[in-house]
Design a protein around this ligand. Sequence first.
Ligand code: JIL
Length: 272
Amino acid sequence: EFGSDSIVPVSVAAMKEYYKQFDPRSYLRYNYIPPRADFTRTDSIVPWKLSCLHRAFQEGDVHGRTLIDIGSGPTIYQLLSACEHFSNIIMTDFLEVNRQEIRRWLHGEPDTFDWTAFLQHACELEGKGCSWPEKAKRLRTAIHDVIPIDVHSPNPLHPYSLPELADCLVSSFCLEAVSPDRTSFQKALTNLGTLLKPNGHFLMIGALDESYYQVADGVHIPVVPVDQEFVSATLKSCGYEICTFQCYTLPQDMKVGVDDVAGIFFVKAKKK
Ligand SMILES: Nc1ncnc2c1ncn2[C@@H]1O[C@@H](CSCCNC[C@@H]2Cc3ccc([N+](=O)[O-])cc3CN2)[C@@H](O)[C@H]1O
């Protein structure tokens, strides 16, 4: 007997049905304002994520021309460090509403989400005295495309054909939130591997032990709970070596009722 709010996804098709209810503005409101995005707190989630990404690129071994952001959603923060090291960034998402949200920000349209504090924080991390408008301009210049993706397809970007494989993949909170089970998570990771050059890097951020999240008022999407052991083992079984694996445990006041996330992981992996 399942609890009233437990959700039992049965297939990839069922997950795609759930995503028809995804509301970008609600999603941004739930996850990208304080306390989860509070730059005055060292224990807030977004500053932790931005510092992981900053460090990953600062090590100097992640570089090249093409970077693909997998399942971008309606957010751009995940590329604030990447845009200093890659000139050809391709953003992707399953939903047109999310691709549209990103395009509106890229075109500087009014009434888009305010990423200023995120841009300012990234400039502070880099310590090169750049201003947030300069950072925004650099990010907009590096993002060359916003295209559809389905990680459950053996050819995830079909019908778009990549002129060259990516030197780096970035993905934030996608695989665990779009896969009905762990087998499907692993298969999606295998599909994504076809987009990445050998010796290319995969920088993944994800939720630990999450079983659902809210995408609009009263609409919950199921998530396959994953932990460090499963994510590491799956990356290794897909031909990656783990360079870095970092975990963040949510303080009680970061649990704001929009999901049951226990922690966040950041993994930097290299494709053999
Ligand atoms: N088949 C598919 N292939 C590729 N992308 C797909 C597919 N289906 C849906 N998508 C696309 O992937 C989705 C990515 S957003 C998924 C949200 N993940 C869970 C959410 C995130 C989050 C954020 C921040 C924090 N925090 O603590 O700060 C916690 C959490 C935990 N809850 C969405 O853009 C959808 O449009």
